[in-house]
Design a protein around this ligand. Structure first.
Ligand code: PLP
Length: 486
């Protein structure tokens, strides 16, 4: 029988993989964050067809080392400061390895009791860590996009008399168009959820934000009233705690009051900033999240857990089950009172993601996790202070957590600040110049129509010294561009 590779070969290769990963993590900072590779270059180095004959594992790992490792964007690099910077921490990587070894499919309690029960327990640990009330029930999805989709499907299911599960929405003129509300800073995953749920992208009302990029509650109330007057059916409000561009926090208490008065589902998207809720002083920046009907937090964003790991909390798991559970005969099991995770969302099969989160929480301890999040925030505060104190730069938004938005404000020939378009060009060139240097990778956003650079601190290897070096580099490159007359 051909079977798997010989056990000894596997053991030897696994030891080598351990060395490869450990070496990588020790020296990742020596790479440029962005690989110096042109589109198509990796593909050209790969054979067009799969090998017919078996290849030695050592040769495959050599190729991994020569072709793959240097040509990824190094998310585990201390200079990775783009999007939301993340960490695949040591304990999390160990958890991933163990998950791969078990290769279980935790669709049912029966198909993996320990995976189901660990997932429930670890989600409850995190609930306590975030100071969310008892009664919130958590489970793990791959991403926040899926968590929000699932939450909004439950919101749709709660609407009385619609039976979308059974009858769908198409071809039902008597059903009023459903509407969703999220700020103009909310993540595009909410629009995607509306598309997938058959509500249509046009069902999402993008509510204006105030000067600090927080949802305007009067504008939200007006949008709901307008939709009701026009015969539409408001369904849910998505409040974002830690928006993608600026990490602003919507005023959840006032939004929760409105949702209560209007009978609307409140979904809180805390994909990034939710992790910070484990620090009491940062939890205080997000009052009202305990009033959500559903809340998503991504440990793979800022809780040092390897991609992917998103936790969705809901107040009423029975609703999720009512929206999603479908049990074909071959999946019927006998155990009473157990959770079958397949009942809580779209997918049947599921990876054992809770194991890595369990290892992360235990290996750092809650206090250790708090310390690391606080350190990131302290570094961000230092950078925000440096930006504010440097002529020719401005902060583009408040920085409540570990992400700083800023822009250069070059001077025109007359010595006054340059006009907006020139300022945008300057910042685009500045971003390109900083990223081309190698040690750092920043991303950008557009705020109130103006190009803005972002520094997102979320990697455990990033220190204050790295950010000081970044700030020196930004200053040097900005001076060079100004000298060129850009
Ligand atoms: N919500 C917010 C606030 C985000 O910033 C992001 C991604 O950055 C998402 C949702 C989507 O996350 P995911 O990639 O897990 O779907």
């Amino acid at each position: 029988m051909p079977g798997d590779i010989p056990a000894d070969d596997f053991r030897r290769a696994m030891h080598r993989v351990a060395d490869l990963v450990a070496d990588y993590l020790e020296s990742v900072g020596d790479y440029p964050v962005l690989p110096r590779v042109a589109p198509g270059e990796v593909a050209r180095a790969l054979p067009a067809a799969a090998p017919d004959a078996p290849e030695p594992l050592d040769r495959i790992l050599d190729d991994y080392r020569a072709l793959i490792e240097p040509n990824v964007t190094h998310w585990n690099h201390p200079g990775f400061l783009a999007y939301f910077a993340i960490t695949g921490s040591g304990p999390g990587i160990l958890g991933e390895a163990l998950t791969a070894g078990l290769n279980i499919n935790a669709m049912l309690w029966r198909s993996s009791p320990a995976a189901t029960e660990l997932e429930e327990r670890v989600c409850d640990w995190l609930r306590r860590m975030m100071d969310l009330p008892e009664g919130f029930s958590g489970h793990v999805n791959d991403t926040a996009s899926i968590s929000s989709l699932v939450a909004l499907a439950a919101a749709r299911h709660r609407l009385p008399g619609l039976d979308v599960r059974g009858r769908g929405l198409a071809g039902r003129p008597a059903v009023a168009p459903l509407t969703l509300y999220a700020s103009d800073q909310a993540h595009s995953s909410i629009d995607k959820a509306a598309i997938v749920l058959g509500l249509g992208a046009e069902s999402v009302r993008r509510v204006e934000t105030d000067g600090a990029f927080r949802m305007s509650v009067p504008a939200l109330a007006a949008a709901i009233a307008e939709d009701r007057a026009a015969g539409r059916l408001p369904m849910a409000v998505v409040a974002t705690v830690g928006t993608t561009s600026t990490t602003s926090v919507d005023p959840v208490p006032a939004i929760a009051d409105l949702c209560r008065d209007q009978g609307l589902w409140l979904h809180v998207d805390a994909a990034y900033a939710g992790s910070a809720a484990i620090c009491p002083e940062l939890r205080a920046l997000m009052p009202g999240i305990e009033r959500a009907d559903s809340l998503v937090v991504n440990p793979h964003k800022w809780l040092f857990t390897p991609v992917d790991c998103s936790v969705l909390y809901v107040r009423d798991p029975a609703l999720l089950k009512a929206a999603f559970s479908l049990v074909p005969e071959y999946l019927r099991t006998e155990e009473p009172g157990v959770t079958n995770l397949m009942d809580l969302g779209v997918q049947l099969g599921r990876r054992f993601r809770a194991l890595k989160l369990w290892m992360v929480i235990r290996a750092f301890g809650v206090e250790g996790l708090r310390e690391r999040i606080r350190e990131h925030c302290a570094i961000a505060r230092w950078l925000a202070g440096a930006v504010a104190a440097t002529p020719g730069f401005e902060l583009a938004a408040p920085a409540p957590f570990s992400t700083v938005c800023f822009r250069a404000v070059p001077r025109g020939d007359d010595g006054d600040p340059a006009d907006g378009d020139r300022c945008d060009r300057f910042n685009e060139r500045l971003l390109a110049a900083v990223n081309a240097a190698g040690p750092f990778f920043l991303s950008h956003t557009v705020l109130r129509g103006r190009t803005t650079l972002r520094v997102a601190i979320g990697n455990l290897r990033t220190t204050r010294e790295h950010i000081e070096a970044l700030w020196r580099l930004v200053g040097e490159r900005a001076a060079a561009l100004a000298a060129e007359g850009v």
